[in-house]
Design a protein. Sequence first.
Length: 297
Amino acid sequence: MENENKSVQVKPEKSKSPFQLAMRRFLRNKLAVVGIVIIVLMVCVAVFAPFLTEHDPTRSDLLKVMNKPSGEHWLGTDSSGRDNFARLVYGSQVSLMIGFFAMLFTLAIGVVLGSIAGFYGGKTDSFIMRAADLMLIFPFLLLVLTVMAIADRVTIGLFISIIALTTWPNITRILRGTFLSLREKEYIIGARSIGCSDFRIITKHFLPNAVGPIIVNATVMMATLIIIESGLSFIGFGIPQPTPTWGNMVTEARSLRVLTQHPEAWVPPGLAILLTVLAINFIGDGLRDAFDSKSNI
């Protein structure tokens, strides 16, 4: 009887943080999960490229020009006798690296300038926004092509720097708008009233509340940058040969003879670009819905 009279104590369910709730919504998005799987596979291919093929992606063999797929060359060879499969897997290293590091560089510039503009406002905000407007007005392709033409030799580092220095205005404008919407919040006013430094307010209060838009735009930016690299390589202003990139491989197949008679030379890199960009966009859409507290996913 005593046991029946004892009140049953029910432990309250531990409340989940906003980040945990966002991750739960993200994992319910099937396309986003598919995107994660594809990107993980691409990264694994890039990391383990030396173990996937014994061929040097830059070594030419003029006796094996435009060979069909075989046991030795799984995807045949290109117009210089280089192994297509080796160039495909090693090209994933360069293409993903360009997309990732150009995105990080662009994000760093955009976050710093957007934070300063949105936090301080006034003349500082006006100066940064006029610079961003000038960059947006100036034709992006023309600016990139001009710098590429002036440079003696286009390296991967230079290519990443050029792309980042010409694509920062979008993330700057987005972060500035987010900061402006947060400036009059009570916790921001409270932090200022107790004497918190500007740096602490930005890093401890503003940026954590802007992490959603930053992450979403970072994924979209990475997909865009991979397309930019492929497009510039296709018109001859990307990473120079013989460095393997997916864009360079597609460029090699511009002739009608290669397009019709050797699809193995351009279909795999084209599919790699398509799948990577789609996967990143799926992840971006999933993150956008995950950080939206009103989402029903």
